[in-house]
Design a protein around this ligand. Structure first.
Ligand code: UDP
Length: 242
């Protein structure tokens, strides 16, 4: 089932159901895009409709961020749980190892994708990582990157360029890439490479991940200013029905 939130259709699935759905997408042979939708993206998409296009064309949209889960409750169509990019990526690893799916990691600073690949291989020794590439390329280099990914023939492409750049990048190139499943994963490669620590589980449980990230990365304050604006939009539409 899909629930509509401020114009975006979000798949109402648990993490386990999402993993099963991804497995189906890998097998279906199309070039699918997964978007893990957070409140910052959804708010920006209200002001920049071109950001809504990849969401509405995506094959799977997961509720990333406590704000999306809260908003779905306010709208009267609660989703079962948060399905974040990093959690989904890590949940896919055992299946990728078992099925022999090829994995390509694109993004983050030079050396980070390789370090992330190394750490993933330590945990999943038979994982088939078919390529890595950093995310600080110039526009003229994109053709080369597309060729590199195509030649590596991954089943899963994880793109860490930050949102909304990663979602737009995948949307622009997915048909040419021919990768069965591509998804944006934000800062996940930094976390997996051990360059950045994830917000502690107790803060996440208290739905205060935004606070933890603000403490770790104070530069995020400007971005997080949209969170109260997002909450107000949700209250206006679904509670006050204005
Ligand atoms: N990044 C990149 N190329 C860019 C801009 C960003 O590879 O041109 C990487 C950056 O190094 C980091 C990730 O994209 O690893 C963005 O992480 P962030 O936590 O900001 O992701 P978001 O929350 O925006 O999805």
């Amino acid at each position: 089932m899909r629930v509509n939130l401020l114009g975006a259709a979000i798949d109402s699935l648990t993490m386990q159901e999402t993993v099963q759905r991804v497995a189906q997408l890998v097998k279906c042979g199309k070039s699918c895009q997964i978007i893990t939708l957070n409140p910052e993206y959804l708010y920006r998409a209200q002001l920049q409709p071109e950001l809504m296009e990849p969401v509405n064309r995506a094959d799977l949209v997961t509720p990333d961020g406590a704000g999306i889960v809260w908003a779905s409750r306010m709208a009267g169509t609660p989703v079962p749980e948060r399905v974040t990019g990093i959690d989904l990526m890590l949940h896919l690893m055992p299946m990728a190892e078992k099925e022999g799916w090829g994995i390509f990691l694109l993004g983050a600073a030079p050396g980070v994708a390789e370090a992330a690949a190394e750490n993933l291989r330590k945990q999943y020794p038979s994982l088939n990582i078919v390529g890595t590439c950093h995310g600080y390329f110039k526009e003229v280099e994109e053709e080369d990157i597309v060729s590199q990914i195509k030649a590596a023939q991954p089943h899963l492409l994880f793109v860490a360029l930050g949102m909304p750049k990663q979602e737009q990048w995948i949307y622009k190139y997915k048909d040419r890439l021919g990768v069965p499943v591509s998804m944006g994963v934000g800062g996940s490669l930094d976390v997996i490479a051990g360059r950045m620590q994830r917000v502690s589980p107790w803060l996440r449980k208290l739905q205060l991940e935004w606070l933890g990230r603000l403490i770790k990365e104070p530069r995020r304050w400007r971005r997080q200013l949209v969170l109260p604006k997002f909450a107000w939009l949700v209250i206006k539409k679904y509670v006050l029905k204005l």
